[in-house]
Design a protein around this ligand. Structure first.
Ligand code: SF4
Length: 246
C-alpha cells in the first residue's frame, strides 16, 4: 500500500492513516519538508519556514500490516489522509476491512482531482487550493475544472461532504474564497466550509496567513454559506496529542 505512517489520538479516538503520492504539485506543499503528522511536534508549523527538504518515505506497509498495527485501537474516526490516499488502488479494500472491524466514521481528505471507489468512505473533505483557474494552474500545475465537477458529482451521489481552503497571502485571498463559497452555496448552503491558514514553507514566495486574514475571509464566506469555521496556524493543539502507531 501507499501507507507509510500511522498515528492515533486517544482522547478524541482519531486514527490517521498517512498515504504517500499525489497528483498535484502545490508550490506550498509542506510534505516536501515534513512527512510526519504535524500534531506530533507542537512547534512543527513554526519550524517549517526554515526546514530542510525532507526525504520521501522509503518503507510502506502492506494492507495486512496496516490492519495488524491498528488492531485494538477503537477509533471513533478513521482518516485517510495525505498526501492523496485516493491514488492508492488498495484504499477501497483497506476501507472495507476497517469499516467492518472498527465501525468508525471513515473520512477521506482529498484534493478532489481523482474520484475512486468511495463505498466505505462515510465523508469526504475536499481541500480546495484556489477557485480562480489561472491561480490554480500556477499553484498546483493543474487546472481545477475536474475538481469542481467531482465535488458536485460526489454531492449528487449523496455522500456527506465538507470543503476547506487555505488563505495564502498574495494568491488565495478574499475574492478567491468568496467565489468558492458562492460555488459551494450553489450546490448546498449547508455544506461545512472551513477557512484555514497557509503556513510558509521554504522556496515558496508567500508569508503565513494571519488569523485576521483568515477570519475576514470566513466572514465573507458566511454571506453565502450557513456553516463556516476557521482553523489558523496560531492555534495550539491543546488536548490534541497524537501518538505514533508506526
Ligand atoms: S494536494 Fe496536498 S499533498 Fe498534494 S501537492 Fe498539494 S498540498 Fe501537497
Amino acid at each position: 500500500m501507499n501507507v507509510y505512517h500511522i498515528t492515533y489520538e486517544p482522547s478524541f479516538r482519531i486514527l490517521d492513516l498517512h498515504f504517500w503520492g499525489c497528483n498535484l504539485h502545490c508550490l506550498g506543499c509542506y510534505k516536501n519538508f515534513e512527512i510526519h503528522d504535524l500534531g506530533l511536534n507542537e512547534n512543527a508549523v513554526e519550524q517549517l519556514s526554515h526546514a530542510a527538504p525532507a526525504e520521501p518515505p522509503t518503507h510502506f506497509f502492506t494492507l495486512a500490516e496496516v490492519l495488524h498495527k491498528t488492531q485494538g485501537l477503537d477509533p471513533k474516526y478513521t482518516i485517510f489522509m495525505g498526501q492523496e490516499a485516493i491514488m492508492d488502488p488498495e484504499l477501497p479494500a483497506l476501507a472495507a476491512s476497517l469499516h467492518e472491524r472498527d465501525h468508525s466514521q471513515q473520512i477521506l481528505l482529498t484534493n478532489g482531482l481523482k474520484v475512486g471507489d468511495l463505498k466505505d468512505i462515510d465523508e469526504v473533505v475536499f481541500s480546495f487550493k484556489t477557485y480562480f483557474k489561472a491561480a490554480h494552474k500556477r499553484y498546483t500545475g493543474q487546472t481545477n475544472e475536474t475538481i469542481m465537477t467531482n465535488f458536485k458529482h460526489i454531492f449528487d451521489n449523496g455522500k456527506k461532504l465538507q470543503a476547506e481552503i487555505a488563505y495564502i497571502p498574495g494568491i488565495v485571498e478574499e475574492p478567491d474564497i468568496k467565489q468558492l463559497a458562492k460555488f459551494i452555496a450553489g450546490i448546498d448552503k449547508n455544506i461545512l466550509f472551513r477557512v484555514t491558514s497557509y503556513f510558509a514553507v521554504p522556496k515558496a514566495p508567500w508569508h503565513s496567513a494571519t488569523r485576521e486574514q483568515v477570519e475576514n475571509a470566513a466572514r465573507m464566506a458566511k454571506l453565502y454559506l450557513n456553516n463556516v469555521t476557521t482553523v489558523t496556524s496560531e492555534e495550539k493543539s491543546g488536548q490534541w496529542k497524537p501518538v505514533v502507531v508506526s
